[in-house]
Design a protein. Structure first.
Length: 308
């Protein structure tokens, strides 16, 4: 049996010590890598949450600006409605006054005609009195002249009454449109409010570290260019036949008109927010608007109309 020397014992011990040192070093390196990966992941999650928070702040600021503009438009429309109501009241009062004047003139005419007929009867009954006849003739002449005068005054008064009546009807129509515009602005200001709720589970934003900064389909990109101007009454001569767009029927055209969309150019200039607003009003027409290419058709029809 060979003798066991110190070298035989030292070599395995040295090998074991070296293995332990190498294993410890590899374990420390792996721990450092895992710690760096965890820190990088948390840093990415924190940055994603910070970016999302900033996006929500910007969205809230845009909504507050739009609400302020809606309130200003609502105030202007209410002031316009008050002015139209006052003007309509004045026109109605003037119309009533003209009606009373016309009624008085007709009553006077009937009185003059009755007096003339009575004088003619008296002349026929007392034909033997020449002086009386002359006096009666003179009186008849005076009454005839008065009658002619009243007849000349009646047509201008009737014409003035017709003009005042038309003005009153126009003011009443303007007042009705202004009140309808106020109601639309109040509905829009209520419908456009966004509700932001806190996240109940924090892992929803951090799970998978896939937070996105892309704007959603319903994110507001600016003021809708298709919003109706309160001072624009949209007479028939300024309206386009929206049914020429494929996919737009009479019911959809009526809904678009109620939202203040009357021309091809308004549809051609619609933004993503305008499309979402129309799709919400038409009960989910978002994909159909793109599929049927309403904007492209509107641009083509608008260009064709401008070239005519």
């Amino acid at each position: 049996m060979p003798e066991i020397t110190v070298i035989d014992i030292a070599l395995p011990a040295l090998t074991a010590v070296i293995g332990v040192i190498i294993g410890w070093a590899m374990r420390g390196r792996r721990s450092s890598q895992e710690k760096a990966a965890i820190n990088a992941g948390w840093q990415e999650q924190v940055e994603a949450q910070r970016t999302e928070h900033q996006r929500l702040l910007n969205q809230s600021k845009g909504l507050m600006d739009r609400i302020s503009q809606f309130q200003a438009s609502n105030r202007d429309a209410k002031n316009r409605a008050k002015e139209l109501a006052a003007a309509a009241q004045k026109a109605s009062a003037r119309r009533d006054e003209l009606q009373r004047e016309i009624k008085d003139i007709r009553s006077n005419l009937e009185t003059v005609v009755s007096q003339r007929d009575q004088l003619q009867t008296e002349i026929a009954a007392h034909g033997d009195s020449r002086n009386a006849v002359e006096q009666k003739d003179e009186k008849i002449f005076q009454l005839s002249r008065d009658l002619e005068n009243w007849q000349n005054r009646l047509p201008p008064l009737i014409e003035r009454y017709k003009v005042r009546n038309e003005e009153a009807e126009q003011l009443e129509a303007d007042l009705a449109r202004a009140r309808l515009r106020i109601k639309e602005l109040e509905n829009d200001s209520v419908d456009d409010q966004t509700r932001i709720e806190p996240v109940r589970d924090s892992e929803i934003l951090t799970d998978g570290r896939d937070a996105s900064n892309d704007p959603s389909d319903n994110e507001i990109n600016g003021q809708p260019r298709s919003a109706k101007n309160p001072d624009d009454d949209h007479p028939r001569t300024l309206r386009d036949n929206l049914k020429k767009i494929k996919g737009v029927g009479p019911a959809i055209e009526k809904t678009l008109n109620e939202m203040g969309i009357f021309r091809f150019q308004q549809i051609a200039d619609m933004s993503e927010y305008d499309i979402d607003r129309v799709a919400q009003r038409l009960k989910g027409f978002h994909s159909r608007i793109y599929r049927e290419n309403w904007i492209g058709q509107a641009r083509e029809l608008s260009d064709r109309k401008s070239n005519v």
